[in-house]
Design a protein around this ligand. Structure first.
Ligand SMILES: [Zn+2]
Length: 302
């Protein structure tokens, strides 16, 4: 397992009281340091995403607009903000996701990018829900650009990854699977959203009611694992959000750290069964202790 981590992820700051705060990156840094120092694990610094990589999933006008606010603190939507460093840090987050995917594909070893800002709400043409670039989508598109025709993205964050879903809604080369609290922010992710055109059947949403437990998640991930084995991806990407944890302040699920470990275990089992490498990229997770515990549990399961 390779971790991709940088203390620079603390440099993207948000207004006081914002849940997606720099302290989350401090958790990433501590988890990575412990992995390196106590377990001999490897940790590397991320590189920035290139314009070409970003332009596979984002409109040129949006990329220009974000670059134009480099060095400035602005509000991009009701809950998405930049600080002067945000543009460069967001480039690193997207680049780290691509690096994780490339490492997994090149070596077969699992890679985990510990990044912020998160990405899965970012749309083709706008920032949304704390997200600037859609990191996991940039990674999936990089894999497709390498010639892969079957890439799976499984989104374990408590929120539906609207951005990722729409970017690949008509594209069967990327299977998007999500479990999420529903109805809930961002409002998408109903079971009837299954893709369109050539992508029909390659979006798989499992909406879950508020209060879902470890047992509910275990049942959902049996279905997810079955769909993965059927699809037989050449790469499994995981949008690793830990905000379905019972201690999370934003959502209302009751998943324990052990429950999250079981989710990761079931995805790893499916990947093993089809012989595909895995790369993970962080998304949400806003209770710092739960975030640390879930990251450690995930790393140890893998
Ligand atoms: Zn989330």
């Amino acid at each position: 397992m390779l971790l991709i981590s940088s203390a620079r992820f603390e440099e993207h700051t948000t207004p006081p009281g914002h849940p997606e705060r720099p302290e989350r990156a401090a958790v990433f840094t501590r988890v990575a340091a412990a992995w390196r120092d106590h377990f001999g694990g490897r940790v590397v610094e991320p590189r920035p995403a290139t314009r070409e990589e970003l332009a596979r999933v984002h409109d040129a006008e949006y990329l220009d607009a974000l670059e134009a606010v480099r060095g400035q603190a602005v509000m991009l939507d009701d809950d998405t903000f930049t600080s002067p460093e945000s543009y460069d840090i967001a480039l690193l987050a997207a680049g780290a996701a691509v690096q994780a995917a490339e490492h997994a594909l090149t070596t077969g070893e699992t890679a985990f990018a510990l990044v912020r800002p998160p990405g899965h709400h970012a749309e083709r043409d706008r920032a949304m829900g704390f997200c600037l670039f859609n990191n996991i989508a940039v990674a999936a598109a990089a894999a497709v650009a390498r010639g892969l025709s079957r890439v799976a993205v499984v989104d374990i964050d408590v929120h539906h990854g609207n951005g990722t879903q729409w970017m690949f809604y008509e594209d069967r080369r990327v299977l998007y699977v999500s479990t999420h609290q529903y109805p809930f922010y961002p409002g998408t992710g109903g079971a009837t959203e299954t893709g369109t055109g050539k992508g029909l059947g390659f979006t798989f949403n499992i909406p879950l009611e508020a209060g879902a437990s470890d047992a509910d998640y275990a049942a959902a991930y049996e279905r997810v694992a079955a769909r993965l084995v059927e699809y037989a991806p050449a790469l499994l990407l995981i949008s690793a959000g830990f905000d379905a944890h019972l201690d999370d302040p934003l959502a209302s699920m009751r998943v324990t750290t052990q429950g999250y470990a079981a989710v990761v275990q079931s995805l790893a089992g499916a990947a093993r069964q089809v012989g595909c490498p895995m790369a993970l990229v962080t998304e949400g997770g806003y209770d710092l202790d739960a975030l640390r515990d879930c990251l450690e549990a995930t790393i140890h399961v893998l």
